[in-house]
Design a protein around this ligand. Structure first.
Ligand SMILES: [Zn+2]
Length: 545
């Protein structure tokens, strides 16, 4: 209860101080978005806004306020090329999926990358290193990292806590003329400490829904639009009233990265996995620590007696105040005596499970809700290990669980070639320790021990047959490993490191020849290593006139 109150005051504070911020737009012209803050994504809430760039890369990206470059991140996935600018007002702005930085930042970044002989960079800068003024062109928009089309991902964070803040709360204006929509209402039965989805009803305005007496939860599906029906967005604020008392509220003002994965507790994960439908729960799981619930009375759970009628009102509002409301009643039916569902795992404690030649540790806080967590060996499968069923695909995980499997046989190639494989997700890595393969995973599934003795694959994309690269502006290779993935790569010319950027979604590495001097003859070597230490080398002599 204390926690809930504290967060409530935090929200009011942020709401009341935004008048003092005087940010400019990070792009030229009006901000049009493809995604808003808090939008529902796979395994996370969206932490910023996605600003549209008309399908183009290379738009100028401006510092939104005076400050200094506080962090440069270059990654093969996720944010891709990203930039963090810290401002004197206590906030930090973040710009991601960039195609390029301005020259000062680019030179700083490539010096760090070359010094570490690694494209992947995550460096923190002191205020004096690269100061910026509001309106400076700091970078150019792009499509790097986990981006699936050109746009600018833009974030505002609290500098001290790193909590992300809804940019609309601090003065970034997005035109919003459309009303958010509720499509349907869902009913959950919450008996035996487990939530069970019962049914979905399209807009039950004025209706009375019969429900089994006991603990009942409400869920809802809906989306918002801003000023373009082509781009739907997440719901900003949802309130659930029981007989006119507010018992649950979700508001997308701020959250921490520690808890953004709790979206899998906010949504009904089973319905998401089995029907690909987002149902936002208007009640709360014990293990869901997201900061997005300013109001939780009795966790949003409704107790209903046989024959009792309860009035329910569901209201959703966008940031501009447009709103939609659905009002209906629940009526308790005749009581039925049913056996409560069984469980073997609790969310707030360590759960240790065993199976034949294997153990499983579920740390406290790894599951969100009380559940029956399967763990058993299929001994009809005998390869390097038995086959293990670990949980179910309908159970979401907040933290990694640890799987220890005793191998049945050790391959001639040695224990370093062993890895643990999910039959659906592929390699989850693993380390041979004290006779066991130990691996961690955040996704339930079916697991076995497998062996990787195959080296990665290197495919030159634009190396001329003559090996004369005088006409090239770039060098591109596809690098790939089917089993344990590419762990690292390194390219050298005459023994000297040369920088290639890496974009994992295309398995593509690229060297910009404007940035390196390869005139004359070069002994070129590219080395790619996979997760089990298998190495592939590509060697040639590249000539530039
Ligand atoms: Zn984004």
């Amino acid at each position: 209860m204390m926690r809930t109150l504290l967060f409530y005051f935090t929200f009011i504070f942020i709401g009341s101080i935004h008048a003092q911020f005087n940010f400019r737009s990070p792009i030229d012209g009006e901000i049009k978005i493809a995604a808003n803050f808090g939008e529902l994504r796979a395994n996370h809430f969206h932490s910023g806004i996605d600003i549209r760039t008309d399908g183009e890369e290379g738009w100028k990206v401006y510092a939104v306020e005076d400050g200094f470059v506080s962090r440069i991140l270059t990654s093969k996935k996720g944010y891709g090329n990203a930039l963090y600018i810290t401002h004197p007002n206590g906030l930090t702005s973040v710009y991601a999926h960039l195609s390029a930085y301005n020259d000062i930042i680019k030179n700083f970044a490539s010096a760090c990358q070359t010094a570490h002989e690694d494209f992947e960079l995550d460096t923190i800068l002191l205020p004096a290193a690269i100061p910026v003024k509001k309106g400076d062109v700091v970078a150019f928009s792009g499509n790097t990292g986990g981006s699936s089309g050109p746009h600018l991902h833009f974030e505002i964070r609290d500098t001290k806590t790193e909590f992300v803040i809804n940019p609309e709360n601090v003065g970034f204006e997005i035109k919003d003329i459309y009303t958010p929509r509720i499509f349907s209402v869902a009913i959950f039965s919450l008996q035996g400490y487990q939530s069970k989805y019962v049914q979905t009803i399209p807009i039950p305005n004025g209706k009375t829904i019969p429900v089994t007496p006991g603990r009942v939860g409400i869920g809802m599906s809906g989306i918002d639009y801003y000023s373009d029906y082509q781009f739907n967005a997440g719901l900003y604020n949802t309130q659930l009233f029981k007989n006119d008392t507010l018992i649950f509220e979700k508001r997308m003002d701020t959250f921490s990265f520690d808890h953004w994965r709790c979206i899998n507790a906010h949504l009904d994960y089973e319905v998401l996995q089995t029907k690909s439908i987002n149902i936002e729960k208007c009640f709360h799981d014990d293990g869901d620590l997201t900061e997005i619930y300013p109001r939780l009375l009795n966790q949003g759970i409704i107790n209903i007696k046989p024959g009792q009628t309860i009035q329910i009102r569901l209201v959703t509002k966008d940031h501009a105040g447009n709103q939609m409301q659905v009002a209906f009643a629940l009526r308790g039916t005749v009581a039925v005596k049913k056996a409560l569902p069984k469980y073997n795992a609790l969310p707030l404690q360590i759960n240790n499970l065993t199976a034949r030649k294997a153990t499983l540790t579920i740390p406290a806080g790894a599951i969100y809700d009380t559940c029956m967590f399967s763990f058993y060996a299929d001994t009809t499968y005998r390869n390097y290990s038995y086959k293990y069923v670990v949980g179910a695909r309908t159970i979401p995980l907040q933290k990694e669980i640890e799987l220890k499997i005793l191998p049945i046989t050790i391959p001639k190639s040695g224990t370093e070639k062993l890895y643990v494989k999910s039959l659906t997700m592929g390699s989850v890595g693993g380390k041979f320790t004290d006779g066991y393969m130990v691996a961690r995973t955040k996704t339930c599934g079916v697991f076995v021990i497998d062996v990787d003795t195959n080296a990665p694959i290197i495919t030159p994309i634009n190396i001329p047959y003559s090996k004369n690269i005088s006409a090239n502006t770039t060098l591109k290779f596809r690098i790939y490993d089917t089993q344990t993935g590419v762990k690292s790569f390194k390219a050298t010319a005459n023994g000297k490191y040369i920088l290639f950027s890496y974009d994992l979604k295309y398995n593509l590495i690229t060297c910009n020849l404007n940035d390196v001097d390869l005139s004359g003859n070069n002994d070129f070597e590219l080395t790619v290593t996979d997760g089990c230490g298998n190495i592939k080398r590509y060697k040639t002599v590249l000539t530039k006139n």
